[in-house]
Ligand binder design. Structure first.
Ligand code: NDP
Length: 479
């Protein structure tokens, strides 16, 4: 299936006519083509967004809210179609796309459709000065949203929904590896009555199409989710133009397990937090630290459970682990397994490609558990972003905390304990943007989402996202 850009409410070919291949990771075959957009396409998208801005930014909040909620309803009504497209494009199990990705994309629109009607700003009476100060929060204008391939529609809409709810117009680019659901979203937006030009979706390569969005002198803000190296590059390009930047980057998240936890719940959740979406979630707990007293028990139980996970075709209902997103990514992940072994890591299970009958050219890999002894090894310091976790034991709270923080990333951490003091000590001292205690990836869309250190700057979610997509202006009236 060939797809087009969505500009000014219409589906159009790229100006220069170039297309690139889109692969199905489950069988390794090319199944469509996507526009290889260039500067000219970004200019068209920008002009369309700019023309729509005046009217959209003055559209009553109730009307904006109504349209966003309508988009959400249409996504729900088209759940099956979107889930199939997401699974085919990304390789993730169809069941996961149905249960998580598409419902969450719909929730993003519903949430921000409601949130914008509750978004208030402050006023300050300057007592004794006969003056009153109040703040207005104005939309920025045209903003850029760039998202990755791991949770394609989920993360694409996580940016777009608050941006348009706040009155901005958007030039957006999904990952070139997973463009399909972003393409389908255009149809839904038109059907929901989103005015032409409010959302423009342009497809193409990061280094050209994405770069053109970041470099565009009049695109006021960039909301980016992706790798840390790309984020650093974007910051370098955007900073001299004083663009607002929200950067959600990589992670190397610790999963810290104490002997006093609810063991069964921890074990079951740890299998999920390690391998959900083939381990391709920025929040996956890829470094598992286990208290020494239960280390051998955990090791045996965990490996046994991981061996039971079924690697298979994404549309097979019994599949737990689908295909990795692309061949280069599969090779990158395999490269890390080799690096880990070279550095003394012991592969306890997995590590090999899987041949799925009838889909021999798909990008399948066994879920892999590696035992390591030193947190400074590359497999514990660098983001793999695949179905690979390491396990290592610790003796004391102090040691566990130090291991958890001894990494350049700081996105999330998971802690398993029933000790209240320990919970509070760790929650305060873990250098991450998110701490989960006795759970994983439980999301409430009102909460701030983002990381510290090399995991990024800025927060998404709730009113934080609406603050990012607006400029606060102070007005002082003397009477
Ligand atoms: P990349 O950084 O490679 O790409 C992310 C997006 O940026 C893609 O749309 C990509 O386009 C685009 N891009 C690439 N180069 C540029 C550029 N020079 N200018 C503008 N845009 C560009 O990340 P991946 O897609 O490989 O995603 C995986 C990464 O995302 C992991 O590191 C993961 O941790 C991180 N991530 C972070 C999350 C968070 O919330 N912190 C959540 C999910 C993922 P294209 O794909 O077409 O090259």
């Amino acid at each position: 299936m060939n797809i087009q850009n969505y500009i000014n409410g219409e589906f159009v070919n790229p100006v220069n006519g170039g297309f690139i291949d889109n692969y199905n990771p489950a069988n390794g075959e090319i199944y469509g083509q996507i526009p290889n957009s260039s500067l000219e396409d970004i200019e068209l998208a920008y002009n369309s967004a700019k023309s729509a801005f005046k009217q959209w930014s003055n559209t009553a909040l109730e009307e904006r809210s109504r349209i966003l909620i309508r988009i959400s309803e249409l996504l729900e009504a088209n759940l099956e179609r979107f889930a199939l497209a997401e699974s085919k494009d990304n390789g993730k199990p169809l069941s996961l796309a149905k249960q998580i990705d598409i419902p969450r994309a719909a929730s993003n629109f519903r949430f921000f459709g409601n949130a914008i009607t509750q978004f208030a700003s402050e006023s300050h009476e300057s007592v004794g000065l006969n003056a009153v100060n109040f703040t207005v929060r104005q939309p920025l204008g045209v903003v850029g949203c760039i998202s990755p391939w791991n949770l394609p529609l989920y993360l694409f809409t996580w940016k777009i929904a608050p941006a348009i709810a706040a009155g901005n117009c958007v030039v957006a680019k999904p990952s070139e590896v997973t463009p399909m659901t972003a393409y389908l979203l255009g149809e839904i937006c038109t059907e929901a009555g989103l005015p032409n030009g409010v959302l423009n979706i342009v497809h193409g390569l990061g280094t050209t199409t994405g770069q053109a969005i970041v470099e565009h002198p009049h695109i006021k803000a960039i909301s980016f989710t992706g790798g840390t190296a790309t984020g650093a590059h974007i910051a370098r390009v955007a900073a001299p133009m004083f663009k607002k930047l929200s950067l959600e980057l990589g992670g190397k998240n610790p999963n810290i397990i104490f002997a006093d936890c609810d063991y069964d719940k921890m074990l079951e959740t740890t299998v999920r937090s390690s391998f959900a979406n083939q381990g391709q979630i920025c929040l996956c707990g890829s470094r598992i630290f286990v208290e020494e007293t239960i280390y051998e028990r955990f090791k045996a139980d965990f490996v046994q459970k991981v061996k039971q996970l079924k690697v298979g075709h994404p549309s097979d209902n019994s599949t737990n682990i689908g295909a990795l997103v692309s061949k280069p990514h599969l090779e990158k992940v395999e490269g890390y397994i080799k690096i880990a072994e070279d550095e003394g890591g012991k592969v306890l299970c997995g590590g090999l490609e899987v041949t799925v009958p009838n889909y021999e050219n798909g990008y399948y890999l066994q879920p892999t558990v590696i035992e390591v002894e030193d947190n400074s090894c590359r497999i514990n310091q660098e983001e793999v972003f695949g179905p690979v976790v390491t396990i290592m034991s610790f003796k004391t709270d102090k040691e566990a905390l130090s291991l958890a923080n001894d990494v350049k990333y700081g996105l999330s951490a998971t802690l398993w304990t029933n000790n209240l003091n320990r919970t509070m000590q760790f929650s305060q001292q873990l250098q991450t943007g998110i701490v989960w205690v006795n759970t994983w990836m439980m999301r409430d869309l009102r909460t701030p989402f983002g990381g510290v250190k090399a995991s990024g700057v800025g927060r998404e979610g709730g009113f934080e996202a609406l603050r990012f997509f607006t400029e606060a202006k102070n007005i002082c009236i003397k009477y």
